[in-house]
Design a protein around this ligand. Structure first.
Ligand SMILES: [Zn+2]
Ligand SMILES: [Zn+2]
Ligand SMILES: [Zn+2]
Length: 354
C-alpha cells in the first residue's frame, strides 16, 4: 500500500517530505505521524431511489410527505488510509444478498449492485490483509455485511452494537467513548490520529458516527443519521430509528457541529455521499444545493424472495420457515402478520422484495 498512498497523497507543499523517496525507493520514515490521510468511497450499489416520506417522515409522520417525490439512492461505505494503517468505516452488505426488486410500494431501493464489498475494496487497491481497523457506525446488515472478511482487523464499535451483533473475540474493541467530548459531541474515542468514533445514538441504540480530520476539514461518515442530504438541510429524521428522542438529539448535534466546523457530509445511502467527497463540498446549512432527482425508475419482477433490511436474512417461499411452523411453498404475502424474522426477530414490514 505504500506505493499507492504515494501516488495519491493529498499532502500540502508544507509537508513536502511525504513524497520523497530514498535511494532504495523507500519512503522516508520521518514523516510527522498522523499527517497523511486519504478517504475513498467504496461504491457497492447505485441508481436506486428513496421516497420523501421514508427520508423525512420520522417525526412529522410519513403521510405528511409526498411519496411521488423520490431522491436518488445508493450504497457506499468509506476507507480512511492514514499513517497508522488502513481503516474501514462499515463493511457493506453480505456478498450472498440477492438483488432487491423494487415495486411501486418500495420506500428505499439502493439500486443495482456495482460490486460486492471485498471486490470493491480491492478495486480501490486494498486487500483484506491490509486493513488494520474497522469502525462500525451501527449493526444494520448494509453496514456490517462483510466484517467476517477481515480476520486481521480490529473491529471498533459501541457496546450496544457489539451485543446486538453477538460479536466477541480478541479483535473486537468495545468502545466506551472514554476520550471525552469531541467539539460539541459529549462522548468520543480517538481511534487513530485525526480519526474519531463518536457516540451518536438514535438510529440504533448504540449508533456512532466517524469523523476524520484532514487539512482543516471534518469528513463526517455518519452511517444513517440521515438517508439523504435533503433531510439534513431540512432538519428531518427518517422513519428508521430505535430511539426517537436520541435520534433527534443526534441530528441537532450534527447540525450544530456543521454550523461551527467546515464539514464534508459523507452519507451511506445517497450518491451525494461520494459526490461530496469527490468535490470536497463543505456543507452550508443555510444554502442547500439544488436536488438532483433520479433518472427514470424501473421496477423489477419479483423472485418471491424477501430480504430482511435489518439483518440480511432471506425469506425464500420455496423453503418457508419450517422451524417456526411455516411450510415450504408459503408466499411472503401469506405469512401471518405476527411472523418475525427468524434471525433478528424484526417484523414483516422490515422486509424488502427481492
Ligand atoms: Zn441503518
Ligand atoms: Zn444503512
Ligand atoms: Zn432480520
Amino acid at each position: 500500500m505504500i506505493k499507492a498512498r504515494f501516488d495519491i497523497c493529498y499532502c500540502s507543499g508544507r509537508d513536502a517530505p511525504y513524497g520523497r523517496v530514498n535511494a532504495g525507493g523507500v519512503l522516508f520514515q520521518s514523516r510527522e505521524k498522523g499527517k497523511f490521510m486519504v478517504i475513498k468511497a467504496v461504491k457497492l450499489y447505485g441508481n436506486g431511489f428513496m421516497t420523501e416520506p421514508f427520508a423525512k417522515g420520522g417525526e412529522d409522520g410519513p403521510d405528511r410527505f409526498d411519496p411521488k417525490v423520490k431522491y436518488r439512492s445508493s450504497l457506499q461505505n468509506f476507507v480512511v488510509e492514514t499513517d497508522e494503517g488502513v481503516f474501514l468505516v462499515d463493511t457493506g452488505m453480505p456478498v450472498e444478498t440477492p438483488d432487491a426488486a423494487p415495486d411501486e410500494s418500495t420506500v428505499i431501493y439502493m439500486g443495482a449492485r456495482i460490486a460486492d464489498y471485498v471486490t470493491a475494496l480491492k478495486n480501490l487497491g486494498y486487500a483484506p490483509e491490509d486493513v488494520k481497523g474497522i469502525l462500525v457506525t451501527h449493526k444494520h446488515a448494509d453496514h456490517t455485511g462483510e466484517l467476517r472478511a477481515f480476520p486481521n482487523a480490529k473491529i471498533y464499535l459501541s457496546e450496544a452494537e457489539a451485543d446486538a451483533l453477538g460479536l466477541s473475540g480478541d479483535n473486537v474493541v468495545r468502545v466506551r467513548f472514554t476520550d471525552g467530548a469531541y467539539h460539541n459531541f459529549p462522548a468520543s474515542q480517538r481511534i487513530a490520529a485525526g480519526l474519531y468514533l463518536i457516540e451518536a445514538k438514535g438510529h440504533t441504540t448504540g449508533n456512532s458516527i466517524v469523523i476524520a480530520e484532514k487539512d482543516g476539514r471534518f469528513y463526517m461518515m455518519h452511517g444513517d443519521v440521515t438517508y439523504t442530504d435533503e433531510a439534513l438541510y431540512d432538519n428531518k429524521l427518517s422513519v428508521v430509528y430505535e430511539d426517537a428522542a436520541e435520534a433527534r438529539r443526534t441530528l441537532d448535534l450534527v447540525r450544530e457541529f456543521i454550523r461551527s466546523n467546515p464539514t464534508v457530509y459523507l452519507s451511506t445511502h445517497t450518491p451525494l455521499g461520494y459526490e461530496n467527497l469527490e468535490g470536497d463540498v463543505v456543507v452550508d446549512l443555510a444554502n442547500p444545493p439544488a436536488t438532483v432527482f433520479p433518472e427514470e425508475i424501473v421496477y423489477k419482477t419479483s423472485t418471491g424472495k424477501y430480504i430482511c433490511s435489518v439483518c440480511g436474512y432471506v425469506y425464500d417461499p420455496e423453503k418457508g420457515d419450517p422451524k417456526n411452523g411455516i411450510p415450504a411453498g408459503t408466499a411472503f404475502e401469506d405469512l401471518p402478520d405476527d411472523w418475525r424474522c427468524p434471525r433478528c426477530r424484526k417484523s414483516k414490514d422490515k422486509f424488502e422484495r427481492a
